[in-house]
Ligand binder design. Structure first.
Ligand SMILES: Nc1ncnc2c1ncn2[C@@H]1O[C@H](COP(=O)(O)OP(=O)(O)OP(=O)(O)O)[C@@H](O)[C@H]1O
Ligand SMILES: [Mg+2]
Length: 877
């Protein structure tokens, strides 16, 4: 890949370094292209020449590399070395067994994980962002990765800029480059040569990774992939993902186990060496012990479980971009959503057009349509305006524009029509009313005073009560020469009237909200729309709607006060983009796991702030880029389905973690103690490795295991204290039975070392594997049987473990068949252990005192959405 990079750099004419100082003609010549864009075959050729417009797939793990990565882990290296040493020192069989076991484990792991990761990647690609480029003379959408230098791009508000490009034409275009240049405010971009060589001065250039905030631009792609001014930094920034709470917790868990393992192994090794036991044997034993203790399947189990979760979610129309977010979705306790498109249908329609006195008059809608057609955004409102007055913009030309701004909630267009240039302002009614000094009634414009403004507000209120959302249209005849519109031009306006839109709730919304609520997820509406419209909708879909906080209310509250308010209020209106993310943070401050569902540029900050960002296919690029998951159908039903899948996935990961933390750890702990107490090794290193391999094999079915619906009823939160409690009960229980086995073997059956090891191997395998059936469920094992995959993997592993010692192959591992009486004794221990484990399980799961308050307050027990529910015992699943 580096070679390709270097080759591109060589080919790239130096003058393209600061391409914005060049004229378009020069660059057209350099890149051998033109205004009409590229032909398909030319583009394909350039794609091979310049490489894909993406960051070099450094992470694409080849099979070989995946194997090497595992082999180069310290434990594997030690094992490999140990195997080679024993082969060299005469124990050819022992040595090769170690090597074979190592190879099989790594192979199993690599295959499983590789396959899972690939399927997840394919799904993720299916929602990759698109770019609009001119190919064979017409604009079409292609994958961002296929954009090449020489392409003519069209970027519009809400897009992520796909490549470094020189602007050829623009309309009220501004770009947000904060992540690249540090400039906090959107900068205006327009054609025209620039002399300055610094990127900050390049007002005629677009940079890959920046965000198109407003307007529209046509530009010539100059640099793609890493070969851009901000290079890899741009895309790295765009994709920076702080590890999710779940990933951090898993990592933490791995660290705890690793430390314990290290301490134990060093202790065993030191003690044995001090007591003069053979050094190589002791080292091998210690290493085998370490292998046995390491939850080495954890990465595989989580990846496979999450990837399977992603596949199941895809079948339910949710595409997962960040795998770990599946768990976060299952943990979600509050879902914030914007209104249009999720709670209401995306197709808003124009219902009425009124003049300033409230009489029906098409003029307001017609002017709105002209503004929307000539200089609108891609939002639903503008689409409805254009559709509502077909052909209104005929005969009008655009002269200037002030793009719609979500903080000011208005935008304007300067257009020349039959009667000369006219400034048309449209936006949220209160924002536009504040700028009007007169109003049009019929054909006459009369002055507007405070009383008339109040009348207009009453009219808007009445429309809102009917469920109609309104925007206001105002105008001002333009005198003098036309130029780009500035905010200062939006004064002394004539109120033309109101456009009212029908935006009825989706038929499915109320049921989906009820379903989410039953699953412990509260819904909150965070809208930029009129609080009255929001209140009405909230009532219709079954949310608490007595109080609706509006943007100014929110602005007046301190962070602490807001954190209190958000607990009780479910509906918010007239929020700015920043207020949306402020509310998300306020909810998080009180321990909620917050999801945000939105589709607009105005939703991007909140999508980033939320623990899980959800967007929809067809949403603006920034929203999709900021989201962790993309819904293929914009419907809350889909979210509810996804929540179920997220929890299901988590329950399965937890099964493995619980097993590792209790049964496996308990067994290895007894092994360590026995190795110090006994005059001989309690199990040979090869036997421990075999034990570990078979145990891993038995758990391979966990990602595919069934989960009972009860187990996914409440949000699932990782809880390290709960896990410790579980391990604290189940671990010692397992060790206790191990010691009973030792005692019986030594003092009752007077076992020889080989018989001892074999008998203990059998006991250890049987208890470790069979206890899966108990630990995997919070209910009774016989009422909640495992899925076929887990049943098969565990029973096959168990069969191999139970049969192998009695076959000729068993001799190679140093096994010696124990006498029947001893076998019977072992069977008795196993059965008693399983019964005790089942009896003690409720204790391990419940614990006597409450876990501390806060984010991770409960474990596999459900998190309670309200304090009242806290008092009830969690359902058992
Ligand atoms: N294209 C537009 N033209 C005029 N006014 C607009 C336009 N887009 C938005 N507005 C005004 O700004 C307000 C906020 O915008 P918008 O409704 O898109 O925000 P939102 O938070 O995404 O709301 P929603 O929850 O409905 O999706 C609107 O209620 C409307 O008054
Ligand atoms: Mg919206």
């Amino acid at each position: 890949m580096n070679r390709v990079d270097a080759a591109i750099r060589e080919q790239r004419p130096d003058s393209l370094r600061s391409f914005w100082t060049q004229s378009p003609e020069t660059i057209f010549a350099l890149l051998r292209c033109g205004l009409d864009g590229l032909a398909t075959d030319d583009a394909a050729r350039r794609l091979t020449e310049y490489g894909p417009n993406s960051d070099v797939d450094a992470k694409a793990d080849s099979l070989l590399r995946a194997i090497l990565r595992r082999l180069l882990e310290p434990l594997s290296l030690i094992l490999l070395a140990a195997g080679i040493v024993s082969m060299a020192t005469g124990d050819a069989v022992g040595g090769s067994i170690i090597v074979v076991i190592l190879v099989v484990s790594i192979g199993l792991d690599t295959l499983q994980e590789g396959h899972a990761a690939r399927t997840a990647e394919i799904l993720r690609r299916s929602v990759a962002l698109k770019a609009e480029v001119k190919r064979d003379g017409t604009f079409r959408e292609i994958e961002v990765a296929h954009v090449v230098p020489g392409d003519i791009l069209r970027v519009r508000a809400g897009d992520i800029i796909p490549a470094d490009a020189l602007i050829l034409d623009s309309r009220a275009f501004t770009a947000g480059e904060a992540a690249l240049t540090g400039e906090p405010y959107p900068v205006e971009k327009r054609p025209g040569r620039v002399a300055g060589a610094s990127a900050g001065e390049a007002s005629n250039a677009l940079f890959r990774g920046a965000v198109a905030q407003t307007g529209e631009a046509i530009a010539l792609a100059v640099g793609t992939g890493r070969n851009t001014v901000f290079g890899a930094a741009a895309s790295a920034l765009a994709q920076t993902q702080v590890p999710s709470p779940f990933e951090r917790d898993l990592h933490q868990f791995g660290l705890v186990i690793a430390r314990l393992t290290l301490a134990l192994v060093v202790l065993v090794l030191a003690t044995r060496v001090v007591f003069g036991r053979p050094a190589l044997d002791s080292l091998m034993f210690a290493v085998a012990l370490a292998v046995g203790l390491t939850p080495e399947l954890l990465p595989m189990i989580t990846t496979v479980t999450l990837a399977r979760g992603a596949m199941r979610m895809a079948a339910r129309k949710v595409i997962v971009k960040r795998l770990a977010s599946i768990h976060d979705l299952g943990a979600m306790t509050v879902l914030c959503t914007d209104k249009t498109g999720t709670l209401t249908s995306a197709e808003i329609s124009l219902a009425r057009s009124l003049d300033a006195s409230g009489a029906d008059d098409p003029r307001a809608a017609r002017l709105g349509a002209i503004a929307a057609d000539l200089g609108g955004d891609r939002g639903a409102l503008d689409a409805a305006l254009v559709a509502g007055s077909a052909g209104a913009a005929k005969g009008w030309t655009l002269c200037g524009r002030q793009a719609f701004d979500f903080s000011r909630r208005l935008g304007s267009v300067l257009a020349t029509g039959p009667a000369g240039p006219l400034l048309i302002v449209k936006g949220a009614p209160e924002a536009v009313l504040a700028l009007c000094t007169s109003q049009r009634i019929g054909d006459a414009a009369t002055p507007m005073d405070e009383a008339q403004r109040a009348l207009a507000r009453d009219r808007i209120h009445a429309l809102a009560l009917d469920g109609l959302r309104t925007i206001a249209i105002a105008s001002r005849p333009w005198s003098g020469t036309t130029h780009e519109v500035e905010a200062a031009d939006e004064r002394d306006l004539v109120l033309e009237g109101l456009c009212a839109f029908a935006d009825p709730p989706k038929a499915t919304a109320a049921a989906a909200i009820a379903r989410l609520h039953a699953a412990g997820v509260r819904l909150k509406i965070l809208s930029g729309d009129d609080p009255v419209v929001v209140r009405r909708l909230a009532g219709l879909v079954g949310l608490r709607a007595e109080t609706v906080l509006s943007g100014p209310d929110v602005a007046a509250l301190s962070d602490d006060a807001l954190a209190v308010q958000v607990q009780a209020v479910d509906a918010y209106g007239r929020l700015t983009p920043d207020q949306k993310s402020r509310i998300v943070k306020a909810l998080q401050a009180k321990g909620a796991v917050v999801g945000f569902l939105g589709d607009g540029i105005n939703d991007a900050p909140a999508l980033k702030a939320g623990d899980i960002g959800l967007s929809v296919a067809g949403a603006t690029g920034v929203a999709q880029a900021a989201a962790d998951m993309i819904l293929l159908a914009s419907d809350l039903e889909v979210v509810a389905d996804g929540v179920q899948e997220g929890r299901r996935t988590f329950v399965n990961i937890l099964k493995y973690v619980r097993m590792g933390a209790s049964s496996n750890f308990g067994n290895m702990l007894s092994m360590a103690v026995a190795s110090i107490a006994l005059p001989f090794l309690p199990m040979l290193p090869t036997q421990i490795l075999l034990n570990n391999l078979l145990y891993d094999l038995s758990e391979v079915g966990i990602p595919l295991d069934d989960v009972r619906p009860e187990a996914t009823q409440r949000p699932q939160v990782w809880d390290i204290h709960g896990l410790m409690r579980f391990a604290g009960v189940m671990g010692p229980l397992s060790s206790l039975f191990d010691f009973l086995t030792f005692g019986a073997l030594l003092f009752l059956f007077h076992a020889t070392p080989d018989e001892f090891r074999t008998a203990w191997f059998l006991e250890s395998m049987a208890t470790q594997i069979l206890v899966i059936f108990i630990i995997r469920t919070n209910g009774r094992p016989w009422q909640d049987l495992p899925g076929p995959a887990l049943a098969t993997s565990s029973l096959v592993a168990l069969m191999v473990a139970l049969v192998l010692p009695f076959t000729p192959l068993g001799g190679l591992f140093g096994f010696e068949a124990p006498p029947p009486a001893m076998l019977l004794g072992i069977a008795g221990v196993v059965v008693t252990y399983l019964v005790c484990a089942e009896l003690l399980k409720p204790l391990a799961l419940r614990g006597r005192h409450r876990a501390p308050r806060g984010r991770r307050r409960t474990g596999w027990r459900p998190a309670s959405p309200s304090p009242r529910r806290d008092l009830r015992p969690g359902p058992r699943g």
